[in-house]
Design a protein around this ligand. Structure first.
Ligand SMILES: *Cc1c(COP(=O)(O)O)cnc(C)c1O
Length: 384
């Protein structure tokens, strides 16, 4: 694989846009064509936000959820025209920029609402906003029992169009009885709230609560969903109902840059945490925690070379990692850190298990120095 200037890339992340497109289609089918706000925060969960948004648009998805003002501006600069929602409330300081770039903030208090309103009036614009109601998440939002009056007051401000009211689930990915009941209770609170607003004559174009876990395992409330991880081909938890079949979009690859034979008693890498008990052959691979191969994988976890699983030995360093290997492996051989090779595969879920985290953190942890290679129908269409 080469970068756009023709330089050979030993390490890269392949993003299969065809797989991503299939995931979007399957999700859309499952929710009977409801509108989708695709979560593309954190560089589209590490996949590269602009190519992901462009591909999503080809499948009818034109609304995107980012976390920050700068993420929103990056999309506008790239010519993405759909609605861009800043899911985490912006600071008051950011209001002029978000109005300038026609971004839709999550408005969670009167002060922010008034700032957006004043700025929109000044710019002679109408800014679409979404209001988050906290039905049990315990993070951002207006607490559900105070929300009616607040939503009404905010919706009356000039320069603002109340586009959406939404909520979020903390435990929709869990199958435990009390967690299932908690999610059900949130749905009831949210449903009651929406009914009350509508009975009062308020027209809210977009109602959304379902993240990936919500749409997989619970009834869908409203006319829109807000998936993230599922679109990238992974499930929000191991236990969640897998109602929609998806495939991972991303693979992470590197190469063997040195092969060595170590004698009994030799130590491998920083900290001398691995001592050879037998003579061993070691492949040094060109990836480390500076690429997103987490240091917690030291003496844990595996990579694939020549279709076989090879254990990581010693400490993962910033730029290189050692794996125990056999005599069939050769210099420059391809190494799969995440992805398939032959009959074997290693997923972000495997990495999450090995390092006691969640697949989300594995994906978003792939660092910026790793080039993203976009493939569609088996052909490379872009390298970024
Ligand atoms: C990230 C995010 C989502 C998407 O969550 P997934 O679990 O990836 O589906 C939905 N809503 C909000 C508010 C988010 O921040």
């Amino acid at each position: 694989m080469h970068d756009p200037r023709g330089h050979y890339l030993e390490t890269f992340c392949e993003v299969d846009l065809s797989a991503f497109g299939r995931n979007i289609e399957r999700i859309s089918e499952w929710v009977s064509g409801r509108d989708i706000i695709l979560a593309v925060k954190a560089n589209a969960y590490g996949h590269g936000v602009v190519p992901i948004c462009r591909e999503a648009a080809l499948h009818g998805v034109n609304r995107f959820g980012v976390a920050t003002l700068v993420e929103g501006i990056e999309l506008r600069d790239a010519g993405i025209e759909g609605e861009i929602i800043i899911l985490t409330p912006p600071t008051l300081e950011q209001v002029p920029s978000l109005v300038y770039h026609n971004l839709s903030p999550n408005v969670v208090n009167r002060q922010l609402a008034e700032a957006v309103s004043a700025e929109a009036v000044k710019a002679n614009k109408t800014i679409k906003i979404h209001i988050e109601v906290d039905t049990g998440m315990g993070r951002t939002g207006i607490i559900w029992f105070d929300a009616i009056g607040e939503i009404y007051a905010i919706s009356q401000l000039p320069g603002i169009a109340l586009e959406g009211v939404f909520s979020h689930f903390p435990v929709a990915d869990s199958t435990g009885k009390s967690d299932m009941e908690f999610t059900k209770m949130q749905l009831e609170r949210f449903s009651k709230l929406i009914k009350t607003l509508e009975r009062g004559g308020m027209r809210i174009p977009t109602i959304h609560i379902s993240n990936s876990a919500g749409l997989l395992a619970h009834p869908i409330l409203g006319n829109c969903i807000r998936p993230g991880i599922l679109a990238y081909g992974l499930y929000p938890s191991e236990e969640v109902r897998k109602s929609v079949e998806v495939e991972p979009v991303l693979s992470l690859r590197t190469r063997v840059v040195q092969l060595r034979d170590f004698d009994v008693g030799s130590s491998i890498g920083y900290g001398r945490t691995y001592i050879a008990r037998n003579p061993i052959r070691v492949a040094i691979i060109r990836a480390g925690y500076g690429d997103g191969l987490r240091r917690a994988l030291s003496n844990r976890g595996e990579v694939l070379i020549r279709g076989k699983r090879r254990p990581i030995i010693g400490r993962v360093s910033m730029d290189a990692t050692m794996v125990e290997t056999s005599s069939d492996v050769q210099l420059d051989d391809e190494v799969i850190i995440l992805g398939k090779q032959g009959a074997e595969k290693i997923t972000a879920d495997d990495h999450a298990k090995w390092t006691h985290t969640i697949n989300y953190e594995i994906l978003t942890g792939i660092s910026e120095r790793v080039r993203r290679v976009y493939v569609k129908n088996g052909e490379v269409i872009e390298v970024k």
